[in-house]
Design a protein around this ligand. Structure first.
Ligand SMILES: Nc1nc2c(c(=O)[nH]1)N[C@H]1C(S)=C(S)[C@@H](COP(=O)(O)O)O[C@H]1N2
Ligand SMILES: [Mo]
Length: 188
């Protein structure tokens, strides 16, 4: 049992800061799609209506950003990563997945963490459609890791046997990024 809700070195904020590389993509729902590929049995490409046909779950999570802010009680609606994994059937050798975004951002996630029951592809936040500045129409949400792993504007999910560090992981951030272990940089 955790006694504290705020991970070490974090401070609580009430607002929701916007952080990204500054290349905000302009995404039209008619042209939006999500591709799932790599070492899997059933590659798929979901259009927006097809994405909305998938089973949806609601979860509430705290956000922990590596830059030091945390935000409590975010209510999300989305499609479980576990549902997606079940649908595409990754080969048994698959150990990693790479999240690719419309702005060119990438981040890598261990399969065992991606399949956790609170990992979703989120399209609603606190009752409204996820705004474009926060990654709408769809972003990844990995509540157990620092927020840089939660790719905004997700475009493609690739399953691989070999690990491939993403944008921030190549620039010194930790490969896993567990806020409770304070895994901020790769030598932490
Ligand atoms: N596509 C994309 N996703 C991204 C980023 C980005 O630059 N591009 N930045 C990451 C970082 S470092 C953080 S802290 C969070 C910020 O999400 P927010 O702007 O919704 O708070 O998005 C993460 N996901
Ligand atoms: Mo970040």
């Amino acid at each position: 049992m955790r006694r504290d809700r705020l991970p070490p070195g974090q401070r609580l904020v009430k607002n929701w800061p916007v952080l990204d590389l500054g290349n905000k993509p302009n995404l039209d729902l008619d042209k939006w799609s999500l591709t799932i590929d790599g070492d899997i049995t059933n590659p798929i490409k979901w259009t927006w209506p097809e994405f909305l046909e998938q089973p949806q779950v609601e979860i509430t999570s705290d956000i922990h950003c590596v830059t030091g802010w945390s935000r409590y009680d975010n209510r999300w609606v989305g499609v479980k990563a576990a549902h997606l994994i079940e649908t595409v059937e990754p080969w048994s050798e698959v150990k990693h997945c790479i999240l690719h975004s419309y702005d060119g951002y990438k981040t890598n996630v261990l399969m065992e963490l991606f399949r956790k029951s609170n990992v979703i592809l989120a399209f609603k936040w606190n009752g409204d459609l996820l705004s474009a500045e926060h990654g709408g129409p769809v972003r990844a949400l990995l509540p157990g890791q620092y927020f840089w792993k939660s790719a905004k504007w997700i475009r493609r999910i690739e399953f691989t046997e070999e690990d491939r560090p993403g944008y921030w992981e190549m620039r010194g951030y930790h490969n896993i990024g567990d806020p409770w272990k304070e895994e901020r940089y790769h030598d932490d």
